[in-house]
Design a binder for this molecule. Structure first.
Ligand SMILES: [Cu+2]
Length: 121
């Protein structure tokens, strides 16, 4: 008798866990994905717009060599390696402009490799 309850409990817990997982996955699927390409010495696009409080996924890819992608005001950065798309999830909470830039030296012109995120209220 006890084993039946145990199995039933496990079954219910598994169902709850997989529902939670499905909800999380669906959430991510609903998030806007913004694609950014990095190449010497530009990000394309160099300006993107998001809404305050909205979570977006930045999908960044390098076309030529390794670059970095850094948004100092949000405290996030990633290495961007050719052939490996990297996804950065951000949720800007204040309206304004956030600068992003390459933080891995990629040649002469590296210093200009930057862009901005316009956070609209
Ligand atoms: Cu660079």
């Amino acid at each position: 008798m006890k084993i039946k309850y145990l199995i039933a409990t496990l079954f219910i817990l598994t169902a709850i866990a997989s529902n939670t997982y499905a909800a999380t996955a669906a959430n991510e699927a609903d998030m806007p994905v913004l694609h950014i390409q990095a190449s010497r010495f530009v990000f394309t696009p160099s300006q993107i717009s998001v809404k305050t409080g909205q979570t977006v996924l930045l999908e960044i890819e390098a076309l030529d060599r390794q670059h970095g992608f850094s948004i100092p005001e949000l405290g996030v950065r990633v290495d961007v390696i050719p052939g490996q798309k990297v996804v950065l999830k951000i949720t800007p909470t204040k309206s304004g402009r956030l600068v992003f830039y390459c933080d891995i030296f990629c040649g002469s012109g590296h210093e200009q490799m930057a862009g901005e995120i316009v956070v609209e209220s």
